[in-house]
Design a protein around this ligand. Structure first.
Ligand code: SF4
Ligand code: F3S
Length: 118
């Protein structure tokens, strides 16, 4: 499904090292994609329903109407085209609770490697 100038939600770097996957469980269109230590949303597939946003325990999901969202939309697009689809919830990463609220996650911990998918 292709959309132009439509709204989407994005995952930001708060997800890095946590990957709780509560978001995956509720998405009606299965538009999450899995990296080694974070997820992203495909902006063309997201139907902007918003149900995933309150599910994330670390507040990593935002609508693209937020001030710094534009670069995150492009980031989510880029990696959703490289990483596999994830449609079922899994256990969070082992250090998820410790990584909650860590600063500078992108610079320190981002991995562009693909995750497992399902
Ligand atoms: Fe899925 Fe809705 Fe979240 Fe978009 S806003 S990723 S469609 S749950
Ligand atoms: Fe990441 Fe939050 Fe989903 S930590 S995997 S965006 S529930």
């Amino acid at each position: 499904m292709y959309k132009e100038n439509r709204l989407t939600y994005i995952v930001n770097d708060k997800c890095i090292g946590c990957k709780y996957t509560d978001c995956v469980d509720v998405c009606p269109v299965d538009c999450f994609y899995e990296g080694e230590n974070m997820l992203v949303i495909h902006p063309d597939e997201c139907i902007d329903c918003g149900v995933c946003e309150p599910e994330c325990p670390v507040d990593a999901i935002k609508p693209d109407t937020e001030p710094d969202a534009a670069e995150w939309v492009e980031f989510n697009r880029k990696y959703s085209e490289q990483w596999p689809n994830i449609t079922i919830r899994r256990d969070p990463l082992p250090d998820a609770d410790k990584m909650d609220g860590e600063s500078g996650k992108f610079e320190k911990f981002f991995s562009d490697k693909a995750g497992e998918g399902d």
